[in-house]
Design a protein around this ligand. Structure first.
Ligand SMILES: CC(C)(COP(=O)(O)OP(=O)(O)OC[C@H]1O[C@@H](n2cnc3c(N)ncnc32)[C@H](O)[C@@H]1OP(=O)(O)O)[C@@H](O)C(=O)NCCC(=O)NCCS
Length: 180
C-alpha cells in the first residue's frame, strides 16, 4: 500500500524538525535501538511491565502492518545521515466484532517528552483511524501516568474510564479530538 500520504513533519519548540511517517518493515532495527534508549519508567508506562529488550519477533510484529486495521506512525530525527526513531504511536483494531474501536499506545523517547510530540502524533493517528472507520481508541494507562491522562483529557473526548489493578482503560471518541 502507498502510505506516503501519511507522512508529515513536526517542529519542536526549539526549532528541531522531526519527520512523522508510517512505520516500515525496515524499521525493525531502528525500533529496537529506540527501545534500548528508553528509561525504565517510560518502558513501564508503555508496556505496564519490565521489558528491557524488544525481541526480534516483537520488532517484526510491530513493523509489519496493513495500515488499515493496524497502523503505526513514527517520529524520526536524522543526524549525520542516520535516522533514529524518537516516538511511536499505534493502533490495532479490535476484531471481529468491534471494527470501530482500536487499542492504541504511544511512546516518546524521554528527551523529547513534554514537547507536544505525543499530542501531534495523536492528532495524525486519529485522522488515519477516522479515515478507515475507527471512531474510538482504548488506552490502558497506569493511574500515575499524568502526561498520558492529561493528553487524553485535555480535549474532553474521554467517554469512559474504568479502573482496575492500578490501570485505567480509557475510551476516547476520536471525532471530538480531531474536530476540536
Ligand atoms: C505519555 C506520552 C506519550 C505523552 O507524550 P508527550 O509528547 O510527552 O506529551 P505532550 O508533550 O504532547 O503533552 C501532553 C500533555 O501532557 C502534559 N504533560 C507532559 N508531560 C507531563 C508530565 N510529566 N506530567 C504532567 N503533565 C505532563 C503536557 O503539558 C500536555 O498538556 P498541555 O497541552 O495542556 O500542556 C509520553 O510522555 C510518553 O511516551 N510517556 C511514556 C510512555 C507512556 O506513558 N505511554 C502511554 C501508554 S498508553
Amino acid at each position: 500500500m502507498d502510505t506516503d500520504f501519511l507522512s508529515d513533519s513536526f517542529t519542536l519548540p526549539d526549532g528541531l524538525v522531526l519527520t512523522i511517517r508510517p512505520i516500515r518493515q525496515d524499521d525493525a532495527g531502528r525500533l529496537q535501538e529506540f527501545h534500548s534508549r528508553l528509561s525504565q519508567e517510560t518502558i513501564y508506562y508503555r508496556f505496564l511491565e519490565n521489558h528491557p529488550v524488544l525481541l526480534d519477533k516483537e520488532a517484526k510484529y510491530f513493523t509489519t502492518l496493513d495500515y488499515e486495521t493496524r497502523v503505526a506512525l513514527v517520529a524520526t530525527l536524522v543526524t549525520m545521515n542516520k535516522e533514529d526513531i524518537v516516538g511511536v504511536a499505534r493502533f490495532d483494531v479490535f476484531t471481529p466484532n468491534q471494527e470501530d474501536t482500536a487499542e492504541a499506545a504511544f511512546v516518546i523517547e524521554d528527551r523529547f517528552q513534554g514537547m507536544g510530540l505525543g499530542t501531534a502524533l495523536m492528532l495524525r493517528l486519529a485522522r488515519r483511524a477516522l479515515a478507515v472507520g475507527v471512531y474510538y481508541f482504548v488506552f490502558t494507562v497506569h493511574w500515575t501516568n499524568e502526561a498520558m491522562l492529561k493528553l487524553l483529557r485535555k480535549s474532553g473526548e474521554v467517554i469512559e474510564r474504568h479502573q482496575s489493578g492500578g490501570v485505567y482503560d480509557v475510551r476516547v471518541q476520536l471525532s471530538a479530538f480531531v474536530d476540536s
